[in-house]
Design a protein around this ligand. Structure first.
Ligand SMILES: C[S@@+](CC[C@H](N)C(=O)[O-])C[C@H]1O[C@@H](n2cnc3c(N)ncnc32)[C@H](O)[C@@H]1O
Length: 243
């Protein structure tokens, strides 16, 4: 199996092969996934890194934070029989209805899960593979303060400047929040299971997050996609199940 080639072909021919799903995508301006292959290069790299070409077809897989469900849909299409997905209702906001239409068109079972820093979360079972690509799970928005009209508000904070460029502010998980998250994920991995979490962006290469990077390196494999000079965009951790 040449996963890269076959996934690229699937994406290239998506509109022709899945017109119903494509129609649902188009309804969601915010979530309409890019079929531009470059967006998917890192996903392909990470899946191959996890050994997708050798996984038995009954491998239990969870796509944590799936949004438009492109990856789990494809994995099901190529014969994986135990594929689930989760998504955060809070993050989806008022686009949830659009997402639900897409998931039902894909026949995808999506659990609602919003992970909070240092709050235990539960999954329905243990998985062999947990994927968290392009995820902003590690944004601790509770510590982000916004002052508006002389009041302090805590919320996601996006702003557009006069040139229409967007600016996003967030506070990344600190060491104890990262440790808690890693331990919590481990509870839902089979003994040989692996979770790849592609924190996006990955701030921990910066000197001021050295403690966090050391913690990650102590408990996980920390890596980034090949020939990648934008490390903060395409870095990941791999958490292994307890043997
Ligand atoms: C940019 S989307 C990535 C979608 C897809 N995984 C991909 O690779 O294109 C980020 C995802 O992270 C999920 N997410 C963000 N914060 C989360 C949180 N605190 N708990 C659970 N999921 C979260 C969102 O629901 C969303 O599906």
């Amino acid at each position: 199996m040449n996963f890269r080639k076959e996934f690229e072909t699937h994406l290239t021919n998506f509109s022709d092969n899945y017109p119903d799903i494509k129609r649902e995508f188009e309804k969601s301006e915010m979530h309409n996934p890019t079929m531009n292959l470059t967006y998917w290069y890192t996903h392909i790299y990470m899946l191959i890194k996890l050994g997708v070409e050798e996984w038995p077809k009954d491998t239990s897989i969870l796509d944590l934070g799936t949004q438009m469900g492109v990856v789990p849909h494809y994995l099901k299409e190529i014969g994986f029989t135990d594929v689930s997905a989760s998504n955060s209702k809070k993050e989806a906001g008022d686009t949830l209805e659009d997402l639900e239409l897409v998931w039902s068109c894909m026949d995808l079972n999506v659990q609602h899960l919003h992970i909070k820093p240092e709050e235990e979360f539960t999954l329905d079972k243990k998985y062999d593979i947990i994927l968290g690509t392009h995820t902003n799970i590690h944004w601790n928005m509770r510590k982000m303060l916004k002052i508006y009209n002389s009041k302090i508000l805590t919320d996601n904070y996006y702003v557009r400047d006069k040139h229409n460029n967007s600016h996003t502010y967030f506070v990344p998980y600190n060491t104890s929040e990262l440790k808690f998250f890693i331990e919590n994920i481990k509870k839902y991995l089979t003994p040989t299971g692996k979770a790849l979490i592609n924190f996006h962006p990955f701030p921990y290469w910066e000197d001021r997050f050295k403690e966090e990077l050391d913690l990650l390196k102590e408990h996980c494999e920390v890596g980034h996609c090949d020939s990648d000079d934008i490390l903060f965009q395409h870095s990941y951790i791999i958490i292994e199940g307890d043997k």
